[in-house]
Ligand binder design. Structure first.
Ligand SMILES: Cc1cc2nc3c(=O)[nH]c(=O)nc-3n(C[C@H](O)[C@H](O)[C@H](O)COP(=O)(O)O)c2cc1C
Length: 208
C-alpha cells in the first residue's frame, strides 16, 4: 500500500504560519487566487456584523499590513473609523486552507501610500471612484452612478482625475491568524497572535 506523505506543515506550527503568509502574498499578487478576494467584516454603528468582498491589493509580512482600495464615501470607511478591529476570511480550495484573520484597520485618503495606490490603479479601477451620488445612496432608477460619457468605455486620465478625492486605502495590521487545513487523515487548526512586546508571532494548535 502506498504510504500517504504528510504535508510538511501538518505538524509544524512555524511552517503553518509561513504557509499562511505565502498564501496571502500570492493572493495579492495573483488575481486568479481565491485569496485575491477575501471577505472583510466590520461592525456597524448599530452593532451588527457587516461583510463584503474586497480585492487584496498588497501584503507585507514584515509590517503585517494588508492593503485594500476603497471609496472614502462607503459605509465600511465610517465603520472602520480610527483603528476599529476587522475580521478577514478566505478559503483556498487547492491548498485546502481557510484563513481567518483579525487586525486593526485604518483608512488613509491622503499621503504617499494612498497616492501610490491611486497611481497603480488602472483607468477602469480609477473610474469606480467617479460614482455620483456616493456608493450606497438610494436612487429612483437602476444606475452605475457613472456619467454616460465614461460608461462602457475606457476613460482617459483626464476623465478619472477627480475620482482621486473619493479614493482611499484601507490598511489592516494583522494581529491574529487562524489557519485551518482540511486533510484526509485528520484536519489541523492553529491560531497565531502577534505578541507586540516580544515582537514575534506565537501559535498554538486547536482542535479543528
Ligand atoms: C469581486 C468583488 C471585488 C470587490 N472589490 C472591492 C474593493 O476592492 N474595494 C471595495 O471597496 N469594494 C469592493 N467590492 C464591493 C464591496 O463588496 C461592497 O459591495 C462595496 O464596497 C460597498 O461596501 P460597504 O457599503 O460595506 O462600504 C467588491 C465586490 C466584489 C464582488
Amino acid at each position: 500500500m502506498t504510504e500517504v506523505k504528510d504535508d510538511p506543515f501538518l505538524n509544524d506550527l512555524s511552517l503553518s504560519l509561513k504557509q499562511a503568509w505565502e498564501l496571502l502574498r500570492a493572493g495579492a499578487a495573483d488575481r486568479h487566487s481565491p485569496l485575491h478576494t477575501p471577505v472583510v467584516a466590520t461592525v456597524t454603528g448599530a452593532g451588527t456584523a457587516s461583510q463584503r468582498i474586497m480585492v487584496l491589493r498588497a501584503v507585507d509580512q514584515h509590517s503585517r499590513r494588508l492593503r485594500f482600495n476603497t471609496d472614502l464615501r462607503g459605509s465600511k470607511v465610517a465603520e472602520v473609523g480610527r483603528g476599529a478591529s476587522v475580521s478577514l476570511l478566505g478559503y483556498h480550495p487547492e491548498a485546502k486552507v481557510q484563513l481567518r484573520l483579525s487586525g486593526k484597520a485604518e483608512v488613509q485618503s491622503t499621503g504617499p501610500d494612498a497616492d501610490a495606490a491611486w497611481e497603480q490603479a488602472s483607468l477602469y479601477g480609477q473610474r469606480c471612484y467617479l460614482a455620483e451620488p456616493a456608493p450606497g445612496s438610494p436612487v429612483d432608477a437602476p444606475t452605475s452612478g457613472l456619467a454616460s460619457a465614461i460608461e462602457g468605455v475606457k476613460p482617459t486620465p483626464d476623465q478619472v482625475r477627480t475620482g482621486r478625492t473619493n479614493f482611499a486605502i484601507l490598511l489592516v495590521e494583522v494581529e491574529t491568524i487562524e489557519w485551518l487545513y482540511l486533510a484526509h487523515r485528520g484536519h489541523r487548526r492553529a491560531r497565531f497572535h502577534w505578541n507586540a512586546a516580544a515582537v514575534r508571532w506565537e501559535g498554538i494548535w486547536l482542535v479543528p
